[in-house]
Every structure is written in structure tokens, then in C-alpha cells.
Design a protein around this ligand. Sequence first.
Ligand SMILES: NC(=O)c1ccc[n+]([C@@H]2O[C@H](COP(=O)([O-])OP(=O)(O)OC[C@H]3O[C@@H](n4cnc5c(N)ncnc54)[C@H](OP(=O)(O)O)[C@@H]3O)[C@@H](O)[C@H]2O)c1
Length: 222
Amino acid sequence: MKVAIIGGTGDQGFGLALRFVQAGLDVIIGSRDIKKAENTVNIIKNMIKGDEMQIQGMTNEEAAEEGDLLILTVPLQAQVVSLRSIKDHSEGKILVDATVPLETCLGGKPNRYVDLWEGSAAERSAEILKDKDVKIVSAFNNISSASLINIKEEVKCDCLISGDHEDAKKEVMKLAEKIPGVRSIDCGPLENARIIEKITPLLINLNIRNRIKLAGIRITGL
Ligand SMILES: NC(=O)c1ccc[n+]([C@@H]2O[C@H](COP(=O)([O-])OP(=O)(O)OC[C@H]3O[C@@H](n4cnc5c(N)ncnc54)[C@H](OP(=O)(O)O)[C@@H]3O)[C@@H](O)[C@H]2O)c1
């Protein structure tokens, strides 16, 4: 399975790509700029040495066409434009949305949530791609890029996953557990992304208050 990361040159996409390449998956870094994508690929190749590594850089459109499972890692202000650019290349695929609606998209604070008309960023993705039979799954919203990029250590965070397509959700749960330390939690239908996305500004708040970068969340008692 090829995992294509749309906006894979940013912190979150880069971190996920590192972990998935490390796990032996076939990864595509997508970008608006092919040179930027190739540069990110070279950085990953330098960080993870290995002959069998499967990673390529492409434009977002090519990445969506080539990938079997797509992961969207762009800031909220880029969500709509990025999805429109890949819409015609995403028919029938799984799209994992990691977008968190933070006030930074309006020039505000990173520890404040912005309410969206659709209820959550993931539901907004579902709305934009509704005529393309894309299976939207919300995941990776609460896992910090700092912990993903710190490849010498396990990620100490559960992955809270929601979606309306059970098979797609199971696929993404398996994918998330390729990251050492991550446990996937099935959090029910996509509308629960409204709750999950709101945890991230809280974690950012805790990072700021404690001068750390690795705050995460664990669900106990399951
Ligand atoms: N960073 C984290 O720790 C973290 C944790 C959990 C969730 N998230 C969520 O994951 C998403 C990505 O976060 P990030 O920190 O990786 O973001 P980022 O570094 O600011 O941006 C990611 C990529 O998005 C593309 N992009 C940026 N602005 C754009 C625009 N105006 N139009 C089109 N594309 C644009 C860029 O790719 P190209 O220039 O190569 O096209 C950029 O490298 C966000 O929604 C964030 O809330 C982040």
C-alpha cells in the first residue's frame, strides 16, 4: 500500500513520513512544489539509512493519483484549496484528515480552537469530497510532530480515530500502530472528530505552560 502525504513537507507530514518509512511502508511526499517534496525526501533518506527504503517526492496531485491511502497534513487555511487540487485524483480512496482548526489560521493563538460550520475539519473534508466516494477518516490530530520526528524514542500518545466507514477506519488503525508507542482507539463516527480535534489546542496549551513539546494523550481503562 502506498501512503501519500498531501502537504508532506510540513512538520506533521514529515514526522508521519519518517515513521512510516521507518516501518518499511511505501511513502509519497506531496507538495505544491516538486523541488520542496524532493528536498524533504532527501532529508528523510539522510535520517533513516537503508537500502530498501521506499519514498518519493511528487506534486500533491501526482501523490494523490499514485497513493492508495492519502493523508492530509496542511494548515486549516490550506485545507479547502489542497482538497480541491486533489479532488479529481482521489476517487474511491481513503483520506485521513489530520487538520486541526486552530486560531493561527486567522492570525490568532495556537492554543485556541476555531469553530467550523461543518462541525470539524474532518467533516469539512467529507463535505468537499462528497461526490468522489472518498472515505474520510480523522486521525493523527493529537500526536505532535515533535514526538514523531524524535525517531529515537517511542511516541507516547494514543491515536484517536473516527470515521463513518468501518473498513477504512480499521485500515487507518493498523497504519497508526506502525508507529512505535502508538495505540489506535476507535472513537466512533466521523462527527466525533469535533471532540478529538479540540484536544489538540489543550495539548498545545500544556506544552506552552510546561515549556515542553511532547504532550500527548492516553485513554485508560479500555
Ligand atoms: N505540527 C504538529 O505538531 C501537528 C500535530 C497534530 C496535528 N497537526 C495538524 O496537521 C496539519 C499540518 O500541520 P503542520 O504543522 O505540518 O503545518 P505546516 O508545516 O504549517 O504546513 C504543512 C504544509 O502545508 C502546505 N501549505 C502551507 N500553507 C499552505 C497554503 N496556504 N496553501 C497550500 N498549502 C499550504 C505546505 O506544503 P507545500 O508548500 O510543500 O505545498 C506546508 O509544508 C495542521 O492542520 C495541523 O493543525 C499538526
